[in-house]
Design a binder for this molecule. Sequence first.
Ligand code: HEC
Length: 147
Amino acid sequence: MTKKLLFATLLLLLVWQFFPIDKNNPPIDEALSFSSTVQLSESESLLLNNACMNCHSNVTTYPSYTRIQPVGWWTKGHVKAGRKKLNFSEWNSYDPNQKAHHLRECMEVLNEGRMPLKSYTWLHPESKLNKEQTDKLLELFIRLENI
Ligand code: HEC
């Protein structure tokens, strides 16, 4: 019985590998992107790229481990959900109220330490934000809210 179950599990894992994720990014309209509207310092840009952009933009790069299923599906799920909530590549498609709402939410998730997702920082140490880096991003969002 255990052998059969083990075999079935292995078979399922094997079959899953034939269903890779689509790694193509949605097209990018530079005029809509956050970085084309907002003056970002080099360090702010680096922080955002390392900590947020893989899930909240259309410039996602998928790590090699996403070739393995179900890890790839799980990652893609985060990217889809992340983009839906907030997409920095489509920043200018938001109206002023939506922008203000997103900025407030960004501050909230940073203050609560909810973003970047723990599962992400665990695999991507460069995305982990220390106190100083968190403060830097908070300052950026506060600055933008006051524009
Ligand atoms: C690994 C992917 C990933 C990374 C990296 C990531 N996010 Fe998210 N983010 C998500 C997902 C998925 C959601 C929606 C589900 C949720 O709230 O957990 C989300 C939701 C949000 C929301 C909506 C608020 C809410 O309550 O749901 C904001 C704002 C946000 N993220 C900001 C950020 C910022 C700022 C960064 C970088 C410091 C970041 N995220 C990094 C995946 C990510």
